[in-house]
Design a protein around this ligand. Structure first.
Ligand SMILES: C[S@@+](CC[C@H](N)C(=O)[O-])C[C@H]1O[C@@H](n2cnc3c(N)ncnc32)[C@H](O)[C@@H]1O
Length: 219
């Protein structure tokens, strides 16, 4: 549906889930990004998170990013938000090699690990770990399985639906994600329960040399 205020300008993309989860996520980010100054967001989607978090975290700069097909919609939100600490979105495919060269001391991503293939999710974690300085923070929001079990019937149904969309999608195992992160020098710091059976996992980058050099499966 076209935006009635702007003639031919298409209406902004919208996610109800973002509206529902943004306040509980922010409550954690306000604490764990307390000493962060430059946050890179991966797979920003519509941009609703970026537009809610950036003005509420005025001590830091928020850098949203997305795949090319979703950049236009993301820019609509970012332009409308007009927050001085919210940067113009970057094109970034987390599975690619071209990551921004700018330094970031924190990374946030919501609902990407189950959309990416497991191989690309591992690559994302690897690149995040390479990017962060010692003490840098990685916060990853989404649903996870524990001990191979779903935390709710709705997550089980969601996982079946994801796999119907694409066989490589799916809710990831908490233990496997934590093991991959650890092998890259990211130490799990918090596992925060979130509404609707989601979690907000928080890692801290360890000093160089503390990574467990075992490579998980591939990348
Ligand atoms: C389920 S949406 C989540 C969007 C937003 N973070 C949220 O929580 O509403 C997953 C997002 O990941 C993005 N995405 C998928 N594959 C990606 C990749 N290889 N690199 C970067 N982003 C990717 C999609 O474009 C999509 O916007």
């Amino acid at each position: 549906m076209a935006n009635p205020d702007s003639g031919s300008t298409p209406s902004k993309p919208f996610s109800q889930a973002c509206e529902n989860n943004k306040a509980p996520i922010l409550a954690v980010l306000q604490r764990v990004f307390d000493h962060s100054s430059r946050v890179l967001e991966l797979g920003s989607g519509t941009g609703q998170h970026a537009c809610y978090f950036a003005p509420a975290l005025p001590h830091l700069e928020w850098q949203p990013s997305e795949l090319s097909e979703n950049i236009a919609g993301l820019c609509q939100w970012v332009d409308a938000c007009n927050s001085p600490n919210l940067l113009p979105p970057l094109l970034l495919d987390v599975s690619g090699i071209e990551w921004p060269s700018a330094s970031h001391d924190a990374v946030f991503s919501a609902n990407t690990a189950h959309i990416l293939s497991w191989s690309d999710a591992q690559l994302m974690i690897k690149r995040v770990a390479e990017k962060l300085p010692t003490g840098g923070i990685f916060a990853l929001y989404g649903p996870f399985k524990y001990d191979g079990l779903y935390t709710s019937q709705s997550n089980h149904e969601f996982d079946c639906w994801l796999k119907q969309q694409h066989p490589e999608r799916g809710i990831r195992d908490f233990e496997q994600v934590v093991a991959v992160a650890k092998s890259r020098g990211l130490m799990l710091y918090e596992d925060n329960p979130m509404p609707a059976n989601n979690r907000l996992l928080v890692w801290v980058k360890q000093p160089m040399g503390l990574a467990d050099d075992r490579d998980q499966d591939n990348p």
